[in-house]
Design a binder for this molecule. Structure first.
Ligand code: AMP
Length: 280
């Protein structure tokens, strides 16, 4: 099978971009932190269907980690990632180092994230979204993609990406892709690699809780539903950070059911922090 081309520098990326422009080829972009799984692959496949070329970035972004141990433990599996991408047509990997992506005087001006950035992940991971905005800003500027693909698993991140695209005036169209799950219901995540067999079982309480909340819609009040869901959750082996039912646009917590809401959860399973959500 054909090996995927890998580029490491901003200069190589600019040359690649230039060639696509000369041939009027469209470019789809899938930013990742590597340790690729079928969730990532679903984004990449969608991009290959919709664009002439696809660029996949693989970069564990230190700026978005508020916990140095989490950064240290984050899986880095570049050669396995490249093997996984073999055979995909017209895909190129961009795997820069930190200096390449964050040159001195990179011209980045932070944006105000407002209420979208303060709640849920923003409340529990101070500085996380500021780091996401910085890396995506620098990547978007370099890549100048026609479309960029993001997973709904990181629902709040997707909302922030839409904000930054508007704020900085990027021409890239943002495409949201559904969450890919294991047959067990566990949302795929690079961090799942760090779970042992027992923890993989324990972690199923996340999807069970989300499905329980969905099943209570319009049958019990939101506050009753959350109280009962938290009770059951706390009887399991994970440690809950938050469980919230919010408006999909504003991310404000809801008191009453609406036509559409999203239930978001974050919890620690052993030393691994997991997030998930369900839109219903
Ligand atoms: P990450 O490597 O975790 O930064 O994720 C890179 C992209 O893949 C982000 O847009 C994520 O939302 C997306 N992603 C991660 N896990 C999944 C999943 N299980 N299903 C769909 N997309 C995902």
């Amino acid at each position: 099978m054909s090996k995927v081309q890998v580029i490491h520098t901003a200069e190589e990326l600019q040359q690649f971009r230039q060639k696509l422009n000369e041939n009027a080829h469209s470019l789809g972009f899938v930013p990742t932190m590597g340790a690729l799984h079928n969730g990532h692959v679903s984004l990449i496949k969608k991009s290959t269907e919709e664009n002439d070329y696809t660029l996949i970035s693989i970069f564990v972004n230190p700026k978005q980690f508020n916990n140095s141990e989490d950064l240290k433990q984050y899986p880095r599996t570049l050669s396995a990632d490249l093997t996984q991408l073999e055979g995909l047509n017209n895909c190129v990997v961009f795997a820069p180092d930190e200096a390449e992506l964050y040159p001195q005087n990179d011209g980045f001006v932070p944006m105000e994230l407002g209420s979208t950035g303060n709640v849920l992940e923003g409340a529990f991971r101070p500085g996380h979204f500021e780091g996401v905005v910085h890396v995506v800003h620098n990547l978007f500027r370099l890549v100048a993609a026609n479309k960029a693909y993001f997973g709904q698993k990181d629902f709040q991140q997707l909302a922030i990406i839409r904000l930054l695209t508007r704020f900085y005036g990027f021409k890239t169209t943002i495409i949201a892709c559904p969450t890919v799950r294991e047959a067990s219901g566990l949302a795929m995540s690079s961090r799942n690699m760090r779970l042992n067999e027992k923890e993989l079982q324990d972690a199923l309480i996340i999807i069970e809780t989300l499905r329980f909340v969905e099943s209570a819609k319009n049958k019990r009040t939101i506050s009753e539903t959350l109280a009962s869901a938290k009770n059951s959750f706390n009887a399991g082996n994970l440690s809950l950070e938050y469980l919230a039912i919010v408006d999909p646009e504003t991310l404000c917590e809801l008191k009453d059911w609406q036509e559409n809401q999203i239930c978001c959860i974050a919890a620690h399973c052993g030393s691994v922090r997991l997030i998930d959500n369900l839109l219903f």
